[in-house]
Design a binder for this molecule. Sequence first.
Ligand SMILES: *Cc1c(COP(=O)(O)O)cnc(C)c1O
Length: 387
Amino acid sequence: MGREIETKCIHLESEEDCIKNYGAISYPIYQTATYAHPGVEQSTGYDYSRLQNPTREHLEKIIATLENGNDAFAFSSGMAAITMAMELFKPGDHLIVDSDLYGGSIRLFRNVSEKNGITFSRVDCYKEDVETYVQDNTKAIYIETPTNPMMNVTDIRKMAEIAKKYKLLLIVDNTFLSPYFQNPLELGADIVIHSGTKYLGGHNDTLAGFLVTKSEEISERFRFLIKTTGAGLAPFDSWLILRGVKTLGLRMERAQENAIEIAKWLKTQPAVTKVIYPGLEEHLGHEIMKKQARGFGAMLTFQLRSKEDAFTILEKVRLIQYAESLGGVETLITYPTTQTHADVPEEIRIKNGITDATLRLSVGIENIKDLLEELERVFGELEEKEW
Ligand SMILES: *Cc1c(COP(=O)(O)O)cnc(C)c1O
């Protein structure tokens, strides 16, 4: 539709609800489990909040618009959303999944989906010939781009072509860039996933997850699943995400600006052996990303000389906080080996390049001067230690 994305974060194209809600500018929190019927065989359109809730529905409409989907579904977490997406498959089905993924997704596939009879080929989709992994029972390709935490960039259009050729679904976890920077449905994906806990919420104060699609058929299945399994997002949490999304554009722009500065700064440090940020020209995925996204995001990963260096940094940070998660206004530093990717088997972790000297930074929206001052102090102590 006509409006720009910053506006779509705040307003729906048709706000017919506004009048009904006494003109409330902030969408009301419909904290109700059930709904009274005006008469027998009559309904207000709402029956029970597991199926539909106006606050959740308002949020779903906004997210659908941001991803240019026809429909979106809000879940209690990103993992709840991914679990629902896996319900599209049945025992005997095979999926091609990126080998570097959020640790929780790898854990879900290995420990839950496999038990349910689904098999997986783990492929480096950014560099391997994905087509050679397609089998008769293959049903989908599942990717993240850039990946968590190694920031590998996969060509979404290319994956969509393969998916189309073999009648597979293309599922893209778009958490790292948010709809502000990338819209996989526009590039041929069938389903977009978000951990709304991250950039969409943006304040590290609530968990949420989303599935977005253009397909009526998939949409109907998700509607049935949300009703049947009960993993829909609560009204208050829906409202928190609605509030967070309003500033998505501003936050993404500022966080990205900061990330570029930090990536450049890290490159000057003797303790850093590698900076992995797709916004750097030397990144393998830089050119692809320019073609399929409107920005490079604010996530970066870097390698240090040693585990000791990594630990010293984690011990010494103060303004930057040592915590899991990403995409909030606060800058967070993560140690993937024992945090986000702790349950990923060591051989997979090492193959993906995650070592005990790998750190991941989710750059927030603080003033860049303070972030650089903090990094200078912390890295300064590192060099003193060396001597
Ligand atoms: C955090 C994350 C998830 C899981 O989302 P939760 O909201 O924590 O359940 C899935 N994918 C990616 C890329 C993530 O960063």
